[in-house]
Design a protein around this ligand. Structure first.
Ligand code: PMP
Length: 350
């Protein structure tokens, strides 16, 4: 190793799901929404005045924050926005997990958490999910430097009840508790109402899944005034102009089309339930998904083999070669036609 390399921060990076370049792929591997964003978003893009790009964007993204305030009935100073919820979460780790005690999160969860913890040198401990992949709330009652839990969890798709999560928040007045609701819109239950009650609770959400805007990178969080203010201080000391001018307007337009949003979520939930029935018929089992994906295992066929077979048929799903979950496939919910194609190929294979 040359001498300068000794001073390099070395990290094992997060590996996102594959983004194949071919067009004729059925892509069920990164939990994207199969439907396009709202027509109101399309209009904003078509009408966008490029002259605006001459200037820096509004660092506070106020147009978007105001639209969020209206849509979620929250005061503007309790809202934080970022470039995808990955950005919001990374900033939150940096801001709130600055102590000496280990932060806690489940052993099977979003695989970015340990990457950030390592990158920011935050000590962490993982708490094993039980044999049904459920969170054991008591595991989070001891001393810790912070907690992050996705609800519903990924890649399992299972949701924990708001009342159980509230017990965790209540038991940890000395830690910030982050609830990552990336898939919350498919669940129908949110921790958001509890933000008023607990100063240490941060609820993080995204436009990537339920609002079909993964490509625009918009994430947001709700918390107490104090939490949001600390978060903004760190963000503005890192990079103040992260969200571009067009994206701010895209997010605003999406929020102004509640009907389209609700309709898309309903269609996905309906297709998810249909897919569950078909998978059961084929000998698969899975935790009760409350998300836009199903985490399925087969009674006899190996997940890795099914994954390879589907790939050869141009159907991409996600496979994690990791302890406890290496015989599972995470299958995102596409359109009904895409799911029919998947079921047909699974039948052929099995
Ligand atoms: N949290 C969870 C649990 C996720 O699965 C994802 C998607 N990879 C994210 C956060 C980040 O999503 P985004 O940055 O697109 O908002």
């Amino acid at each position: 190793m040359t001498s300068w390399e000794e001073n390099v921060l070395k990290v094992v990076p997060y590996v996102p799901g594959e983004q194949p370049k071919e067009k004729d792929i059925i892509k069920l591997n990164t939990n994207e929404n199969p439907y396009p964003p709202s027509p109101k978003v399309e209009k904003v893009i078509k009408d966008f005045d490029v002259e605006v790009l001459r200037k820096y964007p509004d660092p506070e993204a106020l147009d978007l924050v105001r639209a969020l305030a209206k849509a979620y009935q929250m005061p503007e100073d309790q809202i934080f926005v970022g470039v995808g919820s990955d950005d919001v979460l990374a900033m939150s780790f940096l801001t709130f997990f600055h102590g000496e005690k280990p932060i806690l999160f489940p052993d099977i969860t979003y695989s970015f958490y340990d990457v950030w913890a390592n990158e920011f040198e935050i000590p962490f401990e993982t708490k094993p999910l039980n044999e049904n992949f459920e969170i054991v709330k008591e595991d989070y009652f001891g001393e810790n430097g912070g907690i992050v839990i996705p609800n519903p969890n990924a890649p399992t798709g299972l949701a924990c009840s708001v009342s159980q999560l509230e017990e965790i928040v209540k038991a940890n007045p000395s830690s910030v508790v982050i609830i990552d609701e990336a898939y919350g819109d498919f669940n129908g239950e949110s921790m958001l109402p509890l933000v008023e009650k607990y100063e240490n609770l941060l609820v993080v959400m995204t436009f990537s899944k339920s609002r079909s805007l993964a490509g625009s990178r918009i994430g947001f969080a709700f918390g107490s005034k104090k939490l949001i203010s600390y978060l903004k201080d760190v963000k503005y000391s890192f990079n103040s102009y992260t969200m571009d001018s067009l994206t701010i307007q895209i997010g605003k337009a999406s929020l102004e089309d509640e009907e389209y949003f609700t309709n898309c979520v309903e269609k996905i939930v309906e297709t998810r339930e249909w897919t569950k029935e078909k998978l059961l018929e084929l000998g698969f089992s899975f935790p009760a998904s409350k998300t836009n994906f199903i985490f399925a295992t087969h009674k006899s066929a190996k997940a890795e083999d099914i994954f390879e077979y589907l790939k050869s048929k141009k159907i991409f799903v996600r496979y994690f070669k990791k302890p406890r979950i290496d015989n599972y496939l995470r299958i995102s919910i596409g359109t009904k036609e895409e799911m029919e194609a998947l079921i047909k190929e699974l039948k052929a294979y099995l």
